[in-house]
Design a protein around this ligand. Structure first.
Ligand code: CTP
Length: 130
């Protein structure tokens, strides 16, 4: 049986921390599916519109060798639905979310992966601003 891994994120201003977590998430199974936050969801989560649109962010993620499929994550409330829809065996999330998704351990294995130190979309935007 195929071991599908699901992960979620905005992946705005794509950087090496994004690449590393996607590669490590892919290593937890045979297939990696990524839920990319919609522009609307990002405004709700982070209080700002993303630099790159959801269409652009989806195209970038889809083109990566470690990614097998992409969909738009419309709402934070739909995680269980997405996990079941894709028959996910693993939910991989960054350590910034540690403990927050343990409720899904009843339908899949929930794994928190360490973030790459010293980089984030916010830090990149700040660096360019300066
Ligand atoms: N991520 C990571 N290492 C980093 C930055 C992000 O592993 N240095 C992971 C996050 O934990 C998440 C995924 O990449 O699982 C997508 O994160 P996202 O929120 O889109 O990126 P950030 O760089 O954290 O964005 P922001 O600064 O806007 O919060």
């Amino acid at each position: 049986m195929t071991n599908t891994v699901l992960t979620f994120g905005t992946f705005d201003v794509f950087h090496v921390g994004h690449l590393r977590i996607l590669e490590r998430a892919r290593g937890l199974g045979d297939r990696l599916i990524v839920g990319v936050s919609t522009d609307r969801l990002n405004i709700f989560k982070k209080g700002r519109p993303p630099v790159f649109s959801e269409r652009e962010r989806v195209d970038i993620i889809k083109a990566l060798r470690c990614v097998d499929g992409v969909f738009l994550e419309e709402s934070l409330e739909l995680k269980r639905h997405y996990l079941l829809q894709h028959s996910a065996a693993v939910l991989a999330m960054g350590s910034d979310w540690a403990g927050r998704f343990d409720e899904f351990n009843d339908i899949c294995r929930v794994v928190y992966l360490e973030r790459t130190p010293a980089i984030s979309t916010t830090a990149v935007i700040e660096k360019i601003r300066l």
